[in-house]
Design a protein around this ligand. Structure first.
Ligand SMILES: [Zn+2]
Length: 1115
C-alpha cells in the first residue's frame, strides 16, 4: 500500500540542517495530529523556516593538513583582537585561548571553512541580535559575590515583581531570521521590566539587596561593547535592532492569598504569629531574638579579597541579623517565648536568584576563554562562545575553583564533580563542534597518557615537540602535524585548527578506533511490539503501527545525506516472537514465529533489516496487517528478556550496532528466561529491606545488559502498565545500555496518545551515537573516581554505552591524588568515541580548565548549586540501592551541613552563633536539598507506586542540570498574570500554597507533568475563555489538552504550554486541577516549599533544621 509519504513535507518536521556533518538538529514536530498544534515542538531547537543557520558549508570535513608551511594569510587575516593575549589570568598556558571572540569566529555558512580564510562576521548578525550588545562584564561579578547572611533584616529584599521568564517568542515557525532561542536552556534572556508595582514596599531604611546587583536597573541600557570579555570583536550587533523590550506583565508582587503575609514583616521584629497558621510545623519556640536593627554590617567580608565587591554592590547595612526563626535546637531550655515564625519572604528565594542571574548574565554571551569561570545558571538563557573551554551545555561543574589539596577538599565536603552531556543539543545560534580529519594517522595524542591534542598542550623546541598538559610528558610532533611557532610561542596555524583553539571539537577516528579493526556498518533500529491482549485492546498496537508508517521517514540522517543510513526491522511478541521478512522484492511481508523462547535465535538474516525506502511498500503492508493479525488475540502473557535477546542476536548477525524500541505492557510472567514474579511490597517502605524495591529481582538482566553493551545494542523501553510490572528489573537493560525508559501508566488512547507519540517521535529522531566509550582524563593531582548515569563499566575508567543520545548526561566525581597548584589549575578532557548514525567512527572531545585555590573562600565563591544538587541527587539515588533510605537522607543532610559549617567557620566573619550564614553561591542549597529529600524516591507519599519510584530513580540518574533543577523545584507561573499581548511568560512564583490566590489560574511544570490549577474564585469569563465551559464546576479534569479556543487568553496559555513542552526532553502530561478537588493533593505534592503529606519538611522548617545541624557541627 502506499504510505503517506507526503504527510511530512512541512518544514518543521525533520528538515535536515544543511551541510552539517551529521548533526542535523532533531527538528521536532511530527505530523500534525488532530488537536495537536504543529507548534508543539517548534521551540525544540529545530531549524525554523527561513532561519539561516551559520553552519559550515557542506563537506566541512577538513582535509589532512599539509605539513610545514603555514597556511596562506592565516596570520594576516585575523582580526587584531587576538594579539591582546590577555584573557588568561595565567599566561603560562602557551597555546591557550585567544584573547577575543574575533579569531574564533567561524566563517558563515556561505563560505567554505578553509584554513586561513578570513572570518567574516556576516550572517552572525542575526544570531546575536536579540542579545544586544554585551553589557559590562557582569559575568565576573558572580565570582566576586560572597557570603550572605540571613537574618530578620538581611535577606528580605522585597520581591521585585515582574521580572523573570520573558520569552523571546512563542511562534513555532519562527519569524524570519529572528528565530527565538527557546531551547532546553529555558527562557530567553529576561528583559528588564520597569516600574513594576510591588506589593511590599521597601521597608524604610531597608537598603539591603541581598542578591541583587546594582547593575541591573530599570531601563537597562547596555554599555558600550568595549568592556567585558572580548565583546568588541563581536559582529556589529549594535546595528541590529534589539527586539523591543518585553516587560513582564505587571505582577502585583507575589500576591498571597490568605493570611496577610505580605505585610512588611521582614524587619527587626519577627512577624506575629499569623504565619503560624499556615504550616502546622513544629512550634517555633526559643527563638533568638531579632537582632537590633543597628546590627553592624559584616565587617570586611573576608572572602571578597579582590576588592571589586564593594564597587558592585551597594552598602549593606543590617546584612546579617540573627536568624529569627530558629527553634531552640541546641539552646538551653528555658521558658519559651511566644511562638514566632520565620518569615518565608526573608529566606533565600529561588525565584529571586534565578531572576537576578537572568538579569545579570542573560544579556551577554558566555565566552569560555577564561579559566575557571562560573557559567550563568541553567535557568538563564545565554549564548555561548567557545574560546577554548567546553560550553556549559556540555560540562557543568560543582565548583570552578577547586581546592589545591585533598585536606581542603575534605574539610569543605564540597563534592568535586562534573555533569557531562557529550552530545548536547545546541541552540541554532551556536556552532556545533567541527570535525577534524587527520587522515590515516588519526588524532595527535600524548605518548604517555593518550590525551588528545587540545588548546592546553604546550609546543616547545620550535614546534617540534609538545608537552602534555595532563601528564607533562613530552611527545614528538608528527611530521604531518608540524607547524612553526610565532614569537609568542603559539603555532601559526592556531586559529585554523579547532583542536588548538576550541574547547569542543571532533576527530574522525581511524580504523584503530573501531571494533575488530573494522569500520562499523550503519546502525539499525528494531521495533519490537507487544501484541498481547492489553496492547491490542487499548488500541496501542494500531497506534504504533500507524505512527511508524510515517515516522520511518524521519530516522536520523547524517548531515546532508538524502536518506538515513539506518536500517529497520520489526518484531511482534506475546509469549512467542514473530519476526518479519520485509525484503523489498517480496510482494507481501512474511512472518516467522519463534516459539522456543528459551534459546533465542533469529530465524532469518536476509530481509529482516532493510532500508526504509527500498522496502517501503512491504513495510507499509506489514504495518497495516499487524493490528489485524492480532485483533482477536486472547494471549495475555508476555515474555521480555527473549525480546531483547532477539534484537541483540539480529544486530550481531548484521554486525552492526543499533537500538531496540520495545513497546511493552505487562510483567513478563510467561515461561522464559528473565521471567519475573510480582514482588511489589509497599510494607517494605521505611524498613531496611526497602532497597530491594530498587534492585532487580534477578541478575539475569545485568548479564544481558553486558552482552548488549558489547554489541552496541541500546534499548529504549516504552512501558504501558496497568499494574506493577517491575520497572526496577525491566529497566536494567535500558539503563545499562544508555537507553531511555518511558512510562504511560493506565494508558488510554484518547488522553495519552499525544504524549506517547511525541515522545516516540523525538526518541526516534534524536541524535544518538552508538558503541560509545567515554573517558575523562585529568591533569596531575586529581582523577575521576566515580561515575553516575545510564551506562556500563567493565573497568574503573571507561564508561561504556551501547547508545548515547543528546539528552543523556554522565556525572563524574573527582578526587585528589596529589596537590594541585594555583598557577596551573586543573584540566579535564572528556573524550567520547562513538559511531554516528551513518556509521562513521568519531571522537568528540570536550576540554575544561578550572582554577585551583588555597583559600576555602575561593572555593565557596565559585560553586554552582544547581550542579551540586544534580550530583547529590544522583549520589543519593544510587545510595538507595544499598542503604536504607533514612541513612541516605541523613547522610545528605549531614554532608550539606558540613559544607555550610565549613564555610561558616572559615570564610564568614565572626558573628553570633544564632546567625545562619550561607555562602552567596549556595544560599539555595537548603531549599533545593530539601526538595531532593522530599522527592518520591527518598520520601514517597501514599500515591507513589514502587514502579514510579524505580522509574524516577533511573530518570534522574541521566538528567542534566537544567532538568534536575526544574524537577526538584518546579516552575510555577500565574497564568492569569500573563500578558496576552506579549511573548513573555508571567514571572514565576515560589512553590508554596500561600502564594496561590483562589482568583487565579496557575501552571506548574517539573519536566514530567504540567499542572493547570484553577482557583475556586476565578472569574467566569476566564474559565469560559480557557476551558470553554461556563462555570468552575463544569471544568473537566479529564482533559489531557487545553481546548483550542479562539481568544487571546486561550491562545496565550496554550502557547506557554507548547513552549514549555518544547523545552523538555519528554512530553509532559497535562493535568487539570481544580482547587479543593481530590486531585489537588497531587498538585500540592509539588508545592515543595510547603510541608508535604509524606512528612517532608517545609522550607522554613528545614532551614531551621539545617541551622541546628550546622551549629552542632560548629560547637
Ligand atoms: Zn599526557
Amino acid at each position: 500500500m502506499s504510505v503517506n509519504q507526503q504527510a511530512h513535507t512541512g518544514p518543521p518536521y525533520g528538515q535536515p540542517q544543511p551541510g552539517y556533518q551529521g548533526y542535523q538538529q532533531p527538528a521536532y514536530g511530527g505530523p500534525s495530529l488532530p488537536g495537536v498544534p504543529q507548534s508543539q515542538y517548534g521551540a525544540y531547537n529545530g531549524p525554523m523556516p527561513g532561519y539561516q543557520q551559520p553552519v559550515p558549508p557542506q563537506g566541512s570535513l577538513r582535509a589532512p593538513p599539509t605539513s610545514g608551511a603555514p597556511p596562506p594569510a592565516s596570520g594576516a587575516s585575523h582580526p587584531s583582537g587576538h594579539l591582546a593575549y590577555s584573557q588568561f589570568e595565567h599566561g603560562d598556558v602557551q597555546n591557550g585561548i585567544p584573547a577575543s571572540a574575533a579569531p574564533m569566529q567561524r566563517p558563515p555558512a556561505s563560505q567554505p571553512f578553509l584554513p586561513g580564510s578570513a572570518p567574516t562576521p556576516v550572517s552572525q548578525i542575526s544570531t546575536f541580535q536579540q542579545y544586544g550588545p554585551p553589557p559590562a562584564s557582569v559575568q565576573q561579578l558572580r565570582n566576586h559575590m560572597a557570603g550572605m547572611t540571613i537574618g530578620s533584616t538581611a535577606a528580605s529584599a522585597p520581591p521585585p515583581a515582574g521580572l523573570g521568564y520573558v520569552s523571546g517568542s512563542f511562534s513555532a515557525t519562527g519569524s524570519g531570521l529572528h528565530t527565538p532561542y527557546s531551547a532546553s536552556q529555558g527562557a530567553p534572556p529576561a528583559t528588564v521590566s520597569e516600574g513594576l508595582p510591588l506589593t511590599q514596599p521597601p521597608f524604610p531604611g531597608h537598603t539591603v539587596s541581598t542578591q541583587r546587583l546594582p547593575t541591573q536597573v530599570p531601563g537597562f541600557t547596555p554599555p558600550p561593547p568595549s568592556t567585558g570579555v572580548g565583546p568588541s570583536s563581536y559582529p556589529p550587533t549594535t546595528a541590529a535592532p534589539r527586539p523591543p523590550a518585553m516587560p513582564g506583565p505587571p505582577l502585583p508582587g507575589q500576591t498571597v492569598a490568605g493570611p496577610p503575609s505580605s505585610q512588611p514583616n521582614h524587619v527587626s521584629s519577627p512577624p506575629p504569629s499569623t504565619m503560624a497558621g499556615l504550616h502546622p510545623g513544629p512550634p517555633m519556640s526559643g527563638l533568638h531574638g531579632p537582632p537590633p536593627p543597628t546590627h553592624p554590617p559584616q565587617p570586611g567580608y573576608p572572602m571578597q579579597q579582590n576588592g571589586s565587591f564593594g564597587q558592585m554592590r551597594g552598602p549593606q547595612p543590617n546584612y546579617g541579623g540573627a536568624y529569627p526563626g530558629a527553634p531552640n535546637y541546641g539552646s538551653p531550655p528555658g521558658p519559651p517565648p511566644p511562638p514566632k515564625r520565620l518569615d518565608p519572604d526573608s529566606i533565600p528565594s529561588p525565584i529571586q536568584v534565578i531572576e537576578d542571574d537572568r538579569n545579570n548574565r542573560g544579556s551577554e554571551p558566555f565566552v569560555t576563554g577564561v579559566r575557571g569561570q562560573v557559567p550563568p545558571l541553567v535557568t538563564t538563557n545565554f549564548l555561548v562562545k567557545d574560546q577554548g573551554n567546553a560550553s556549559p551545555r556540555y560540562i557543568r561543574c560543582t565548583s570552578y575553583n577547586i581546592p589545591c589539596t585533598s585536606d581542603m577538599a575534605k574539610q569543605s565536603q564540597v563534592p568535586l564533580a562534573a555533569v557531562i552531556k557529550p552530545l548536547a543539543t545546541l541552540p541554532p545560534e551556536e556552532t556545533l563542534p567541527y570535525l577534524v580529519d587527520h587522515g590515516e594517522s588519526g588524532p595527535v595524542r600524548c605518548n604517555r597518557c593518550k590525551a588528545y591534542m587540545c588548546p592546553f598542550m604546550q609546543f616547545i623546541e620550535g614546534g617540534r615537540r609538545f608537552q602534555c598538559c595532563f601528564c607533562s610528558c613530552v611527545t614528538e610532533v608528527p611530521p604531518h602535524y608540524f607547524q612553526h611557532l610565532d614569537h609568542t610561542g603559539k603555532r601559526v596555524d592556531f586559529y585554523d585548527r579547532p583542536e588548538l583553539s576550541l574547547g569542543s571539537y571532533e576527530f574522525l577516528a581511524t580504523v584503530d578506533y573501531c571494533k575488530n579493526n573494522k569500520f562499523p556498518s550503519p546502525p539499525a533500529f528494531i521495533f519490537m511490539i507487544d501484541v498481547s491482549y492489553n496492547a491490542v485492546k487499548s488500541g496501542l498496537v494500531r497506534l504504533i503501527c500507524e505512527e511508524l508508517k510515517s515516522l520511518l521517514d524521519y530516522l536520523p540522517r547524517e548531515g546532508n545525506m538524502e536518506e538515513s543510513a539506518i536500517r529497520v526491522g520489526f518484531v511482534t511478541y506475546n509469549k512467542v516472537l514473530h519476526f518479519y521478512n520485509v525484503k523489498s522484492s517480496l510482494a507481501q511481508p512474511q512472518m516467522m514465529v519463534v516459539s522456543d523462547v528459551a534459546d533465542m535465535f533469529v530465524p532469518l538474516l536476509d530481509g529482516f533489516l532493510v532500508n526504509v525506502n527500498e522496502s517501503r511498500t512491504v513495510i507499509a503492508s506489514l504495518l497495516d496487517q499487524i493490528p489485524e493479525m492480532f485483533a482477536d488475540t486472547r494471549e495475555t502473557e508476555t515474555v521480555f528478556a527473549p525480546v531483547i535477546q532477539a534484537g541483540l542476536e539480529a544486530l550481531k548477525a548484521a554486525e552492526c550496532a543499533g537500538k531496540l524500541f520495545i513497546f511493552h505492557t505487562s510483567l513478563p510472567i510467561a515461561e522464559a528466561p528473565g521471567k519475573l514474579k510480582n514482588r511489589d511490597d509497599r510494607k517494605l517502605i521505611n524498613t531496611d529491606k526497602e532497597k530491594t524495591l530498587f534492585q532487580p529481582q534477578t541478575s539475569f538482566y545485568n548479564n544481558l545488559a553486558k552482552d548488549c553493551v558489547a554489541q552496541g545494542c541500546c534499548v529504549d523501553l516504552f512501558l504501558f502498565p496497568n499494574q506493577y510490572l517491575d520497572v526496577a528489573t525491566l529497566g536494567v537493560v535500558p539503563y545499562q545500555t544508555g537507553g531511555s525508559i518511558y512510562k504511560y501508566a493506565y494508558f488510554q488512547l484518547e488522553t495519552d496518545q499525544y504524549r506517547f507519540l511525541n515522545d516516540l517521535r523525538r526518541d526516534v529522531q534524536k541524535e544518538v551515537g552508538f558503541d560509545a566509550v567515554m573517558r575523562v582524563r585529568t591533569s596531575t593531582g586529581i582523577r575521576a573516581t566515580d561515575f553516575f548515569g545510564a551506562f556500563y563499566m567493565s573497568n574503573t575508567t571507561d564508561v561504556e554505552m551501547a547508545g548515547l543520545d543528546c539528552d543523556k548526561t554522565i556525572t563524574v566525581e573527582f578526587k585528589h591524588d596529589d596537590k594541585l597548584s594555583e598557577d596551573s589549575g586543573a584540566l579535564l578532557q572528556c573524550a567520547l568515541l562513538y559511531t554516528s548514525c551513518a556509521g562513521q567512527r568519531r571522537l568528540r572531545i570536550h576540554n575544561l580548565s578550572l582554577n585551583c585555590c588555597t583559600q576555602l573562600a575561593d572555593l565557596y565563591r565559585n560553586c554552582e548549586t544547581d550542579t551540586l544538587i544534580n550530583y547529590l541527587a544522583k549520589y543519593a539515588y544510587r545510595g538507595v540501592l544499598s542503604s536504607p533510605v533514612k541513612t541516605v537522607r541523613d547522610s545528605l543532610i549531614n554532608q550539606c551541613a558540613q559544607i555550610l559549617a565549613c564555610y561558616r567557620k572559615n570564610c564568614a566573619s565572626p558573628s553570633s552563633a544564632g546567625q545562619l550564614i550561607l555562602p552567596e553561591c549556595m544560599k539555595l542549597l537548603p531549599v533545593y536539598l530539601n526538595c531532593v529529600l522530599k522527592s518520591d524516591v527518598l520520601q514517597p507519599g501514599p500515591e507513589v507506586t514502587t514502579d514510579d519510584r524505580a522509574y524516577i530513580r533511573q530518570l534522574v540518574t541521566s538528567m542534566d542540570v537544567a532538568e534536575t533543577n526544574v524537577f526538584f523545584y518546579p516552575r510555577l507561573l500565574p497564568l492569569t498574570k500573563a500578558d496576552v499581548d506579549s511573548d513573555s511568560l508571567p514571572a514565576a512564583i515560589r512553590n508554596s500554597e500561600e502564594r496561590l490566590s483562589k482568583g487565579d489560574i496557575y501552571l506548574l511544570e517539573n519536566g514530567l507533568n504540567v499542572f493547570v490549577w484553577v482557583g475556586v474564585s476565578v472569574q467566569q469569563s476566564l474559565i469560559q475563555n480557557l476551558f470553554g465551559v461556563s462555570s468552575f464546576s463544569q471544568i473537566s479534569n479529564a482533559l489531557s489538552t487545553l481546548p483550542v479556543l479562539e481568544n487571546p487568553f486561550s491562545k496565550k496559555v496554550r502557547s506557554i504550554v507548547d513552549m514549555l513542552q518544547g523545552q523538555r526532553s519528554r512530553y509532559m502530561k497535562l493535568i487539570i486541577v481544580k482547587q479543593e478537588d481530590k486531585l489537588e493533593m497531587l498538585f500540592k505534592h509539588f508545592l515543595v516549599e510547603d510541608k508535604s503529606l509524606s512528612g517532608g519538611a517545609s522550607y522554613v522548617d528545614f532551614l531551621c533544621h539545617m541551622h541546628k545541624e550546622i551549629r552542632q557541627l560548629l560547637s
